[in-house]
Design a binder for this molecule. Sequence first.
Ligand SMILES: [Zn+2]
Length: 247
Amino acid sequence: MTTLRNQLLFISTFTLISLTTPSYGANSHWGYHGEKGPEHWPALNAAYQQCLGKNQSPIDIRNTVSTTLPELQINYQSGSKRLTNNGYTLQADFKPGSYINVDQQRFNLLQLHIHLPSENLVRGQRFALEIHMVHASDNGELAVLGLLFKHGKPHAGLDAAFSSLPTKKGESIPLTGLSAQSLLPRNTAYYRFNGSLTTPPCTEGVRWLVFKEVGEASPEQLKALKALIPRSNARPVQPANARLIAE
Ligand SMILES: [Zn+2]
């Protein structure tokens, strides 16, 4: 464990949106590079066939359709539990009580995690960092909020949220003060599309909402995160195919 002051870190949480098997040990059959890299995921396990689907994430957000998306209803409480370095990302788990409403359904915030660099692109542009906030409804449907960050000024929410970091793979430390609210952009306008988990088993049917406003993180903050995830943990962009991307 290292203090944030020393390492300027913050969050890392990334994806393993896999809700039931977040341990890095259980997921060590796949990776982001080489023989276990994304192009080989479908061949690694019969359960990963969905990675060949037509509605996969991430995507390049472009050719959007303008519509009237409802204002996002976000109700986040402070109430994090643990911060874990699972070997793929840093993941913060939350206590019950934080949720968003989408399509008249409540989706409870389960965890957030980070990707370096961003997984989703906007009109071809990739960003330095993407945070995924993973939510599930009572009937098991998923909704992910994507937050994009570029190089810039220090982000107070990131600093405040992560006072210490689990630097070793498999390390998990108590984390009680993280407020997901402090990471949100001021303007909560968003893109919306249908997608998947970006890690095996690449489950589809995930509601994706990516904020248009891009946050900033300082070079020091990004460097501290990069120390924990030295190589990219971003799955390559997948074809949009017949999907509609609304804004
Ligand atoms: Zn993710």
